[in-house]
Design a binder for this molecule. Structure first.
Ligand code: SF4
Ligand code: SF4
Length: 181
């Protein structure tokens, strides 16, 4: 797959062409632990109805993401910005009548997107911070100094070399260096 940018799609921007579909995609996803039941989704919409994020977003519809995955819309689903809005609260998983672990399917899709070098800017920044310091948030020097003045112990230092190795294995390093947004 060629590198892609994230796409925000409130409404479909182009027609679905059968030639763009990957019929093996749902089988690929269903091999990921937790995502095995993706094929059982019968589009009842309960996940979207109960999702706290869908309530406040025009683009986030977990039911739609499940359907796109079933249909093999690999390129579109992996480049969808909506994929990154899931809060992993598992409300949908508790309510799905078909036992689909929607949150796990979405995790599998995000991991696949990262392997293809697709990651929103905000996650790239967090990743970059973790790689440099071991912390998702860059703690300002002033705050560290104040900790010392208050008699608090220094914060534990992360082994950033091990973090870098882990991120290389997970292909996170590659995605975090992209400048696509
Ligand atoms: S609740 Fe389950 S079966 Fe219903 S649309 Fe969502 S994933 Fe599919
Ligand atoms: S796990 Fe994600 S998709 Fe499911 S209800 Fe929570 S935010 Fe919505």
């Amino acid at each position: 797959m060629t590198e892609k940018k994230l796409v925000t799609e409130a409404k479909p921007s182009r027609a679905i062409k059968t030639g763009d579909l990957d019929p093996k995609f749902k089988y690929e996803i269903s091999k990921v632990p937790g995502a095995e039941n993706i094929k059982l989704c019968f589009q009842c919409g309960t996940c979207t109805a109960d999702c706290p994020i869908a309530r406040f977003s025009d683009i986030y519809r977990p039911r739609k993401l499940m359907r796109m995955t079933q249909l093999g819309m690999k390129d579109r689903v992996l480049s969808s910005e909506a994929l990154w809005l899931c809060a992993a609260c598992f409300t949908c998983v508790d309510h799905c009548p078909q036992g689909v672990e929607i949150a796990s399917v979405l995790r599998a899709l995000r991991n696949m997107a990262v392997k293809d070098g697709i990651m929103p800017a905000v996650f790239r920044e967090l990743t970059s911070n973790i790689m440099k310091t071991g912390y998702a948030y860059r703690i300002p020097e002033l705050r560290l100094k104040k900790r010392g003045e208050k008699g608090l112990p220094p914060l534990p230092k992360a082994n950033v070399e091990d973090v870098a190795k882990l991120f290389d294995i997970m292909a996170v390093s590659k995605a975090s260096k992209r400048e696509d947004k």
